[in-house]
Ligand binder design. Structure first.
Ligand SMILES: [Fe+2]
Ligand SMILES: [Fe+2]
Length: 191
């Protein structure tokens, strides 16, 4: 499924240079975030981070762009949620949730013999979100990060009842609908 690894210095630098939001995390947490992405990437069949697709349905949109769009949308929503809902969102929890929500996606897409992006065989055996949650649990992330990532997918049986899950959902759908529209596909908000 995946093999936890620190990766090479070059692989860690590639992930570090790509991910938005790392600078707002304590260095030790940022390091584990990088390890999570390096593990998923190097356990996948994608040689370059930039070729990993958002999904088999929207293969022309890079996952790398989607992830940063979600992080930045979430960072814009956090102060609004805090002011309007009267909640406090711990950056040590909400930021890893945003940055890592799709950490298992490199493992869920593959190329077939013709080079077409298809679902990987793992995608037919394990749900999106659950694989990422297992990896994050293994890397020692907080239970709130683990359970929110495990249940965040639009087709998950339920979404957890927390302000963090609420913020992730709308940041994710805001960005996912942009990816779908950019590919000429029907966004969730028009279904
Ligand atoms: Fe997702
Ligand atoms: Fe997402």
């Amino acid at each position: 499924m995946y093999r936890v690894t620190q990766g090479s210095n070059a692989q860690r630098a590639a992930v570090h240079d790509w991910l938005a939001g790392l600078d707002a995390l304590p260095p030790e947490t940022a390091d584990r975030v990088v390890t999570a992405w390096v593990t998923s990437w190097t356990s996948s069949e994608w040689a370059e981070l930039g070729e990993i697709p958002f999904s088999a349905k929207a293969p022309g949109y890079p996952l790398a762009k989607h992830v940063n769009e979600v992080t930045r949308a979430g960072q814009a929503l956090i102060p609004r949620a805090e002011a309007d809902w009267g909640v406090a969102l711990d950056p040590a929890i909400i930021l890893p949730i945003l940055i890592l929500h799709d950490v298992d996606k490199p493992l869920l897409a593959a190329r077939d013999a013709e080079g077409k992006v298809v679902k990987s065989s793992l995608a037919g055996r394990m749900p999106h979100g659950v694989i990422g949650a297992m990896l994050l649990r293994e890397l020692g992330f907080d239970q709130r990060v683990v359970e929110t990532v495990a249940t965040h997918a639009t087709d998950a049986p339920f979404h957890n009842d927390s302000a963090e899950a609420h913020v992730l959902h709308y940041a994710d759908l805001f960005a996912a609908d942009h990816a779908l529209r950019a590919q000429g596909l029907v966004p969730f908000y028009r279904r």
